[in-house]
Write a protein that binds this ligand. Structure first.
Ligand SMILES: Nc1ncnc2c1ncn2[C@@H]1O[C@H](COP(=O)(O)OP(=O)(O)OP(=O)(O)O)[C@@H](O)[C@H]1O
Ligand SMILES: [Mg+2]
Length: 365
């Protein structure tokens, strides 16, 4: 007597439509929201929103310290409220990301043991590795791999993440004030790793070139293994153009997006200004790669570039040349279903929405 159940289920589906979740990526200069749901095995983007704050560009004019580029909490609340209202989001349940520079992350290798023993070991290890009093941080850990050492001992690799409680409280306050229910928080590298490397056995270096900072994550098969970070990023590129050409930051930002790293003709000067910054970013990525490869006897096989900086014209071939590894632009949309009307936009939106989509997928897995 199974058949009569079906209409009933269909009715229930109509009454209780599929639950959706919001992935909210609060960057230094922008907020992105992706609303996702699961339809059997398929993850689907049903809505998205993107707000950029141009206030930082004005501040860039006289700011030397990158920390002053940050949006203020009150600005974030206002922008979030606008996004929620204007995008017509269905859900208020959200997952948000914490930038790599706000968390302390380290990969530890310990003998394989039970979950409970691993938990105890992590509490103990945390005391040694975290540069803040244990009472001031929230600790999280997850197993990311196993290997056998040269002596034949089985070792587990555990990623230890600690976030200052103050930071967590700040997010809770912001989300509450914006009318959203913050269900979970994670460092942004975890979200990028999930959406860009799940199902891929090749070790990937993810270079997230944002506005204030570049996050470097090494990931494999959906798991984050290693992280690094540099303060050189999209904002530094804009700043170097503005001071090199003695023009206003707003104009420098437009020129950067228009011309990119094209090394010919009248555009040559722009590349000359930007390449040294790109080289600093790439050198840091190489350093992280070397540390990972030496420490964990594994090789990085490819590079994926995300963040708004991935849209800089010419940046993908440049990074590929310098790193000597196959390099592509992040394409999180290839992992999900999305409205067909978005097709012309996904190539450019992909790198910018990587974290938001990775977050949205978290609660659906
Ligand atoms: N087409 C483009 N060409 C060059 N740069 C671009 C382009 N589009 C966006 N950017 C740059 O990308 C940066 C913003 O990227 P993104 O949205 O990932 O940053 P964010 O997440 O707000 O910042 P962060 O991650 O540092 O907190 C800005 O510096 C912007 O100038
Ligand atoms: Mg970002």
């Amino acid at each position: 007597m199974e058949a009569p159940m079906r209409p009933m289920l269909d009715i229930l589906k109509k009454i209780f439509p599929k639950k959706t979740y919001l992935g909210v990526d609060i960057g230094t200069t922008s907020i992105k929201v992706a609303e996702l749901r699961r339809e059997n095995a398929i993850l689907e983007l049903i809505n998205y929103g993107f707000l950029e704050s141009y206030g930082h560009l004005e501040r860039l004019n006289n700011a030397l310290q990158t920390s002053t580029l940050k949006m203020l909490d009150q600005d974030i609340i206002e922008l979030l409220k606008i996004l929620v209202k204007d995008s017509g989001l269905k859900s208020t349940d959200a997952v948000a990301s914490i930038p790599a520079f706000s968390a302390f992350t380290t990969l530890l290798e310990i003998p394989i043991m039970s979950q409970a023993d691993t938990a105890r070991a992590m509490q103990f290890q945390a005391k040694q590795y975290i540069p803040l009093p244990i009472a001031a941080v929230t600790i999280d850990w997850l197993k990311v791999g196993e290997r056998t050492d040269p002596q034949g001992n089985k070792i587990q690799q555990v990623l230890l993440v600690s976030v200052p409680n103050e930071q967590i409280q700040k997010y809770k306050t912001i989300f509450k004030a914006a009318g959203l229910n913050l269900m979970s928080l994670e460092i942004e590298g975890l979200s990028s790793a999930r959406i860009l490397t799940d199902g891929n056995k090749e070790t990937t270096l993810i270079l997230d070139i944002g506005s204030r900072s570049t996050s470097i994550s090494i990931a494999k098969d959906g798991y984050l293994k290693f992280v690094g970070q540099t303060d050189f990023a999209g904002g530094s590129l804009t700043q170097t153009i503005a001071s090199g050409l003695n023009i206003r930051v707003r104009r420098a930002e437009d020129l950067k997006k228009l011309r990119g790293l094209q090394g010919t003709g009248g555009e040559y000067e722009l590349s000359t200004l930007m390449l040294p910054i790109m080289d600093v970013i790439i050198n840091e990525a190489q350093r992280v790669r070397n540390n990972y490869e030496k420490g964990y006897t594994d090789k990085v096989g490819r590079v994926v570039v995300s963040g708004g900086g991935a849209n800089l014209i010419g940046v993908i071939p440049y990074i590929q040349d310098q790193m000597g590894l196959p390099t592509t632009k992040a394409d999180p949309f290839s992992r999900i279903r999305y409205p067909s009307t978005m097709q012309p936009l996904v190539s450019e939106l992909g790198p910018e929405f990587t974290v938001a989509i990775g977050l949205g997928v978290k609660l659906l897995s």
